[in-house]
Design a protein around this ligand. Sequence first.
Ligand code: FAD
Length: 379
Amino acid sequence: MNFDWTDQERSLRTRVAEVFDESARQELDLMEDAQPSELKEIVSKYLKPLAGTGYLELAVGLPDRGGMTALIAAQELPARISGSLFLSVEVTARIFAGLLSVPDAPEQIREILEAVSKGEIVGAAAVTEPALPDSAAVMTTAAWPDGDHYLVSGRKDFVTNGPIADYTAVVGLVEENPAVFVVEAGSDGLLVGPRIRTLGYNGLAVSSLELNECRVPRSRVLGPFTDGAVLDGIRLVQDLILAVASVGLMQRTTDAAKAYSRSHERGGKPVAAHQEIRFKLAEMLTLTHAAQLLTHRAGWMYAEAEREAETLVRCAKVFAAEASERTANLAMQILAGQGYVWGNVVERGYREAKYAALAGTTSEIARMSIADDLLTRYR
Ligand SMILES: Cc1cc2nc3c(=O)[nH]c(=O)nc-3n(C[C@H](O)[C@H](O)[C@H](O)COP(=O)(O)OP(=O)(O)OC[C@H]3O[C@@H](n4cnc5c(N)ncnc54)[C@H](O)[C@@H]3O)c2cc1C
């Protein structure tokens, strides 16, 4: 058994690490208070050098899953430094681009994918919808043909990058079947809602979207698909991204708690000298390594298309999400009053930690799917 990165993975990590020097760390801290126009500038500024490292090109959707271990090797670096930048970049490069990466995509879609890999555009993916009263339907966004266009109508909730995206991949139904409509910013019939203020990840621009007979050329439509394979594949990638984001959060909060415990003195000695503090640090490191290892194993299984990959991805996501909440809680306890002050790494991490358990496949749905698999497949 070999837990090491390959030479290629190590080389990618080195190139990505060079993008995030000390000045980048300081700038990305400012992202948390930035307006959408500034956020677009910041995200675009990092997409360009990331493109030069090969980070944005790593295709991990159907049919090419093989790049996942290299991707996770590289993702860990931005995830540790800035959760907001990490999620914004991943939505563009993996979720938006992943929805578009289907075999035999039209020329216009391939051009958009090339622009993503060059770091030239920001993308968003609009799947989630508000629940409608008296409706059991999970998706009501619908489209119908109109000459060489489709007309798309519906509402989407919580679109990461919504206010700053050049293109949004909107998932809707054509009759009963799902399709992906690539909607350009500023299109007639597309209304981007006001930015939604969220508990954490305040450096993300999130909004709702409304589409009122929005005209999308057929050359920018994928599907309709006869099954949900494209969407299912993207959900798995999204859950791995959230697991990596959780590990990054655990590393940031552990780093901050460790540094503080060494420098902050009470009773004439650093608080790190107290067993109560040391036990907390030990638990934080144990949880971080456990979450990281499980995420790596899930990513490896995904890359190898192992039959248990889906279950392992859900296990990793549930564990990492919940372990990050526990770790942020312990870090806050170590920093105590200073941790509770607005805007420091630990306070921010405490707010951010709730996200992964409720985003993507929620912990409840993930547990249901893990249990289903356990009862039918495992002995
Ligand atoms: C900051 C932020 C950014 C986001 N970005 C995006 C984005 O870019 N694109 C996008 O499409 N979406 C995005 N989302 C939406 C996110 O993916 C959803 O919030 C998530 O999928 C959960 O869906 P929901 O909020 O509709 O919860 P619901 O599905 O309404 O669930 C509510 C609760 O009920 C539980 N539940 C639901 N169904 C069942 C069931 N059958 N059995 C048992 N329990 C159940 C859930 O686990 C949860 O606890 C974002 C959300 C946030 C907060």
